[in-house]
Design a protein around this ligand. Sequence first.
Ligand code: SAH
Ligand code: SF4
Ligand code: F3S
Length: 471
Amino acid sequence: MTTPRKLHIKSYGCQMNVYDAQRMVDTLAPEGFVETASAEDADLVILNTCHIREKASEKVYSELGRLRTAKDEAARNGREMRIAVAGCVAQAEGSEIIRRAPVVDVVVGPQSYHHLPQLLAKAKIDGRAIETEFPIEDKFAALPDPKPAVIRARGISSFVTVQEGCDKFCTFCVVPYTRGMEVSRPVARIIDDVKRLADNGVREITLIGQNVNAFHGEGDDGKPWSLGKLLYRLADIRGIVRLRYSTSHPRDVDDALIEAHRDIPAVMPFVHLPVQSGSDRILEAMNRKHTAADYARTVERFRKVREDIAFSSDFIVGFPGETEEDFLATLALVRQIGYAGAYSFKYSPRPGTPAADMRETVTTGLDKTAVMDERLARLQDLIDSQQAAFNKAAIGKTVDVLFERAARNPGQIVGRTAYLQPAHVVASPDIIGQVLPVTIDSLERYSLIGKLAGHTPIAASRSQPAMTTGA
Ligand code: SAH
Ligand code: SF4
Ligand code: F3S
């Protein structure tokens, strides 16, 4: 028997990268690789990279600097360490990565992970292997399915990819270039994945995609299915008690999705719906193709069918040309909507995107970075106060929690509410995998602390009490 080889994967960026990292582990397992927590003693280190902002992509090079030392050290001990760069920086920069960092052996783009074993073999012979081309046309059509059925269950909650890529071409964003055009998986494959995960103990599925509600995978009737229609089908699978999806585009919210929220108890009333800005002028320059009022109307459509629904969002401050007035429109929209939480970012010009060439008119006389920092802080203060109010509103209520695992504190079990808030109770580990009502007593930082309100397992829950977003 050969000794297992050790594999260390470090993932940056979005949920798709987290999912892809698991896929790489599963692809390399038959090659004798087992995961290790430390890069230093690994035989293969994979950096699964993100290109979305400059900071994210530059992290890769500082990490590669550190890995060079580890690789040299391994070589001195007569051990060979291989280094692969995967993900969106690999796709965007290709062989440029090896030019900048000769320590790298393999560069592999997000569409080619199933070739990793061959690429590693090639690197052994040729010294280097690079594969970052998009396979043309349907990324999911080629066999074996590159988002494959081999994905293993890991706990109670699991991601399943339903679509990849994006055709929206927001002017600031690299995703259409790194992940390519929008492609959906066939419904039958998704159902197979969800069934198998459910059989292996998974209770909650988050359907993921860069633009998940653009989903239009082929159904068993040969017609394209919408995300809403898919949710109805998945809700029937035994064992699945919670369904989520991320990330949605406000333009692709159709009636079927709204109806799924109205009709299906398992579809959680928490939607990540990035808006980016509250200024129509900036939204247009971003090529978002909707106004702030369109967005607010979309939120109302959800709220009409599910009054307890809550939203999170992404924002960019300091987009080229953003004035104080534009920024105030963003703050006004945040106040109008009232979020359970949101991510906000300083605009980062990305090579090859249209916004990178847009003229800056923002700053007359002031330092642009200082203006961006100040706007980011104001926006984050507002979002933080909304999030704190939202979390505080849970105290004293009884809410459904899906229990996931033993907590760090002995005797405690941790799960999540419908709104992904972590909730801790003292209970037996038997409750893991069940949705149970919990009476919330207090809030410790972002975690809710409570007591089990009853011991009867609930298969699927709808009876979440309304929570106001306390704007
Ligand atoms: N597909 C999703 C998210 C894509 S990336 C969507 O359409 O919303 C995640 C977030 O990163 C974006 O929502 C945006 O807020 C942020 N982002 C993307 N490009 C950026 C850039 N060039 N500078 C700063 N933030 C950016
Ligand atoms: Fe990027 Fe826009 Fe596509 Fe989202 S919708 S991935 S922000 S191009
Ligand atoms: Fe980053 Fe690529 Fe995801 S750029 S956000 S890892 S799609």
